[in-house]
Design a protein around this ligand. Structure first.
Ligand SMILES: Nc1ccn([C@@H]2O[C@H](COP(=O)(O)O)[C@@H](O)[C@H]2O)c(=O)n1
Ligand code: CDI
Length: 161
């Protein structure tokens, strides 16, 4: 088993829809990013890459590469999952904490969970997504952006079935 941690931040702004956990979350503001700016999927991808000692998403999908302009982060995560499979690893479990003063995410958490599990070809109960504010403290509290932490266990694929 291998453990990995991922962390990402994106600043509110721009004119893109707000993508979080692979779904569009209705909000007055999106975030500034080279890709679609899905801070949850970026943290998750970094956690998986970390678990397998494969670097980070900036290394695999550089923000200087026009190929990733407006990229669907679900496609980037699927690529990372495929790299993990090639190394003989699959999802054990994933725990995500998204840190946002706004918008209120509780109504969308279940859908994010299902979408992320789908991207791993894993059972829904392998994935947990939770949200917290920072009680109006710091850049998140000032509603300047959204942060996300992800912790993952990747387990070796067994062929005893
Ligand atoms: N963007 C957010 C942040 C939090 N929640 C939910 O509210 C609960 C209380 O948040 P605290 O910051 O006081 O811990 C939290 O447990 C989340 O369920 C939310 O929906 N959206
Ligand atoms: C996802 C990538 C893809 O170009 O760009 P951004 O959307 O800017 O996201 P970030 O988390 O800053 O960095 C990783 C990038 O490689």
């Amino acid at each position: 088993m291998r453990i990995g941690h991922g962390y990402d931040v994106h600043k509110f702004g721009g004119d893109k829809p707000l993508m979080l956990g692979g779904i569009e979350v209705p909000h007055t503001r999106g975030v500034i990013a080279h890709s679609d700016g899905d801070v949850i999927l970026h943290a998750v991808a970094d956690a998986v890459l970390g678990a397998l000692a494969l670097g980070d998403i900036g290394h695999h999908f550089p923000d200087t590469d026009a190929a990733y302009a407006g990229a669907d982060s679900a496609v980037l995560l699927a690529d990372v999952v495929s790299q993990a499979q090639s190394k003989g690893f699959e999802l054990g479990n994933l725990d995500v904490t998204v840190v946002a003063q706004e918008p209120r995410l509780a109504p969308y958490i279940a859908k994010m969970k299902v979408r992320i599990a789908q991207l791993f070809n894993a059972a829904d109960d392998s994935v947990n997504v939770k949200a917290t504010t920072t009680e109006k403290l710091g850049f998140v509290g000032r509603k300047e952006g959204i942060a996300c932490h992800a912790v993952v266990i990747m387990k070796a694929v067994t062929n005893d079935g």
